[in-house]
Design a protein. Structure first.
Length: 295
């Protein structure tokens, strides 16, 4: 059993923390949401009044935050944790942020003798709840082996992408592709429905044809086609469209920094920018509403 500080109990972090508790680990948690803290407390976690209190005595610190500025503020701000975490502690940041931000935090942690890895996740809220996430890790091989038992309690697949920041690069590329095929899936379904097809029948056809993809098969964006996905519950409780837009912005930054063209990625970013003006809090599969008449 490990003593773990877990910071960030949102749609992804909350279920991840619960799986660690189920695996027998002792968690001290912090979040800005009283409801999230209460849910963790009910599951057996100890609630901390601040991030600094959460990390006291922790062998491992896990963070799951929305964006680069939140991670930098948590670890590097005026009251940042980089100066408060004990040397030798393992820090696992599961947020999806800019690779440069991740490397900056890693350097500050390592200067204090703290072991840091970036470990962004793929698999969505369903994967977080089921403990089947994919972790994409940047850091040393030794740090990954130290983290592996904890990652294994929250996920099914663990990949070592390279050094610090490499996990973020791989996650950004993956999410750019996810946005592209979700937008394309929504567009194809809307075209079929507008021409008289049943969306469920069309989905079944495409799943067995060359248009098959993850969004179509496991996260269908059309309401009523698939159970237990955000489209079946008003696009609530999933991965927000505004967060997808943030990740597409990270892809654009990486594209500029490396001189790598991403025309489809930029098109997806424009679509999510338009969609997020009114629907940023809804799951990213709600992009289908750009293509259909919403009752």
């Amino acid at each position: 059993m490990s003593n773990i500080a877990f910071i960030g109990l949102g749609n992804m972090g909350g279920p991840m923390a619960l799986n660690l508790i189920k695996a027998g680990h002792a968690l001290r948690v912090f979040d800005l949401s009283p409801a999230a803290l209460e849910a963790a407390r009910a599951a057996g976690a100890t609630v901390a009044a601040s991030p600094a209190e959460a990390v006291q005595g922790a062998e491992t610190v896990i963070s799951m935050l929305p964006a680069s500025q939140h991670v930098e503020s948590l670890y590097l701000g005026a009251d940042g944790l980089a100066a408060k975490i004990a040397p030798g502690t393992l820090v696992i940041d599961c947020s999806t942020i800019a690779p440069a931000s991740s490397r900056k935090v890693a350097e500050a942690a390592q200067a204090r003798g703290v072991v840091f890895i970036d470990a962004p996740v793929s698999g969505g809220t369903a994967g977080a709840a089921a403990g089947t996430l994919t972790f994409i890790v940047g850091g040393t091989a030794n740090a990954l082996e130290r983290a592996r038992p904890l990652l294994g309690a929250m996920g099914k697949n663990i990949f070592h992408a390279g050094g610090n920041g490499a996990g973020q690069v791989a996650k950004i590329a993956n999410n750019m592709l996810l946005a592209i095929h979700m937008a394309g899936t929504a567009e194809a379904l809307a075209l079929g429905v507008a021409n008289g097809l049943d969306p469920k029948v069309l989905s079944e056809i495409m799943v067995k044809s060359s248009g098959r993809n993850w969004s179509l098969e496991l996260y269908n964006p059309w309401p009523g086609v698939q159970g237990d996905v955000p489209a079946s519950r008003g696009y609530r409780g999933g991965f927000g469209s505004s967060l997808m837009l943030k990740d597409l912005g990270l892809a654009a930054e990486a594209s500029i920094a490396s001189g790598s063209p991403i025309p489809l990625g930029e098109l997806a970013r424009n679509l999510y920018g338009l969609h997020s003006r009114e629907s940023g809090a809804l799951d990213f599969s709600s992009i289908v509403n750009l293509y259909r008449a919403v009752p």
